[in-house]
Design a protein around this ligand. Sequence first.
Ligand SMILES: Nc1ncnc2c1ncn2[C@@H]1O[C@H](COP(=O)(O)OP(=O)(O)O)[C@@H](O)[C@H]1O
Ligand SMILES: [Mg+2]
Length: 307
Amino acid sequence: MTVQVPAGLRDQPGWDPTWAPWLDRLPRLVGDVLDDWGLTPEGEPAHGRCALVLPVRTADGAPAALKLGWPHEEARWEHLALQHWHGHGAVRLLRADPARWALLLERARPVDLTTVDDVTACQVVGGLYRRLHRPPPPQLPRLSHLARGWADRLQGLPNDAPLPRRLVEQAASLARDLADGPGVDTHLVHTDLHYENVLAAGREPWLAIDPKPCAGDPAFEPAPMLWNRWPEVVADGRPRTALHRRLWALVDAGGLDEDRARAWVVVREMTNALWCIEAATRARRPLTTADRALLTRTVTLAKGVQD
Ligand SMILES: Nc1ncnc2c1ncn2[C@@H]1O[C@H](COP(=O)(O)OP(=O)(O)O)[C@@H](O)[C@H]1O
Ligand SMILES: [Mg+2]
């Protein structure tokens, strides 16, 4: 059978030259994996930014979800993290073919944490941190190594980059200090746990999906819970209060070190800004309106968690 690639996935910005060829291969790939694994599609495909997810039935009639991911480095070890969790706090991995970036997952319900108020969602996610943060499998990339790379690149930003230099310098120095200190590579961390990556389920109220795992620091986790649902943060003109409410809920429910959590937010925000500037520079184009909005957000956030 042929599965149509949803328009919403096709419309994602093709920031990488491998994106369009992967999209073109996708219908064929889905058909092959369905055949090879004896799966029957059941309902419309879902997608995020980087994957197609098709509800299916297995040969013995069990509901499942087939995920075909766009091949990129951050998602390389998704199957390993899910396998390691054995369904504790995350959906179960039923089968994987890393060469085809294909995963067969326990099917969750089509309800995510955007349906819950943000602070309650932060409490749920903090509870998940406690279950997901275990000793890491040895294959995973190490946060210390990643953070040193970000520090070098931040330091290399030109002085006229459209960011407060003080924040750039601070992020680079925090990244180095955290990378060189103890406790930085000690736990399996999800790194992309946000409202849309937590789904309602039958056997537990909420389960994580879509890890971009590394061997890292539990306090690395909160940033995506702060930058997502951003309009709610700035809605009443007091972003600092809204950010602190979210961060406290995450730190408290997750048993995180608050100072480290703040420090990683600064590092991650300035690194997001760095990627945005680097992408424009690589493409030899000026920053777009969306780029500038992202830079403003990163600065508001990095300042807001420190005030
Ligand atoms: N196990 C699952 N059960 C049901 N739906 C799922 C499952 N995994 C993913 N989905 C749906 O597919 C969407 C995209 O999956 P996700 O793993 O988050 O990929 P992406 O990398 O594209 O964000 C999710 O937002 C959700 O709607
Ligand atoms: Mg996702």
